[in-house]
Write a protein that binds this ligand. Structure first.
Ligand SMILES: Cc1cc2nc3c(=O)[nH]c(=O)nc-3n(C[C@H](O)[C@H](O)[C@H](O)COP(=O)(O)O)c2cc1C
Length: 194
């Protein structure tokens, strides 16, 4: 497969540079979503791949973020690698990955993580963590000696970017900001004041 070019290639390169530099969470990104009436919320998720289509992450589709993305499939992502003095901002349109792609990623996860996806009703109110611990024990017994299948309500999302901005820390707050906007033909580049 040809090397990934353009801004998505640069993003993939920056994530690998962060990994190489020993950043604690090189794949961590803040994901911002909104309700139907435009109230935002943010949380960190892990980037699980960048390709020519966009950026992927995995979660519970019934979680708050999953429900908000159902209502409004537009999201923003922010990566920050403090040691490198770099930030990347992404805006884009979100869609679910295919069941096959979600299955492939799910099956590569450690067994305990797969069991947790069955046991935890992510984002729902619970009376105590013992609720999830009891459910963990139940699903552990249920799948004993069997593969743990992907729950239907758990899977991947793809953020297809419409804009990506690369920020590099400079002296005296003179930071470099390069923004790329996706047009039907190509990416256009603009330089922004810090
Ligand atoms: C470093 C880090 C990585 C995380 N990665 C994920 C992830 O990949 N997927 C996920 O669903 N939650 C992940 N979380 C938990 C989320 O931040 C959040 O608590 C959870 O997804 C529920 O969010 P929601 O209620 O807004 O849907 C991560 C948290 C941290 C601190």
């Amino acid at each position: 497969m040809p090397a990934l070019g353009g801004p998505l290639g640069q993003l993939a390169g920056w994530i690998e540079a962060a990994r190489g530099a020993g950043e604690a969470e090189p794949d961590a990104m803040t994901l911002a979503t909104t309700t139907r009436d435009g109230r935002p919320s943010g949380r960190i998720v892990l980037c699980r791949g960048v390709d020519e289509r966009g950026i992927r992450f995995f979660t519970n589709y019934g979680s708050r973020k999953g429900r908000e993305l159902q209502d409004n499939p537009h999201a923003a992502l922010v990566f920050h690698w403090a040691g490198l003095g770099r930030q990347v901002r992404v805006e884009g349109t979100v869609s679910r990955l295919s069941p096959d792609e979600s299955d492939a990623y799910f099956q590569a996860r450690p067994r305990g993580h797969r069991l947790q996806a069955h046991a935890s009703p992510q984002s729902q109110t619970i009376s105590g963590l013992d609720v999830v611990e009891r459910r963990m024990a139940e699903v552990t017994a249920q799948f004993e000696g069997h593969d743990v299948p992907r729950p239907e309500g758990w899977g991947g999302f793809l953020v297809a970017p419409t804009a990506i901005e690369f920020w590099t820390k400079g002296a005296d707050r003179v930071h470099e900001r390069l923004r790329y906007d996706r047009t039907p033909q190509a990416w256009t580049e603009s330089r922004l004041a810090p």
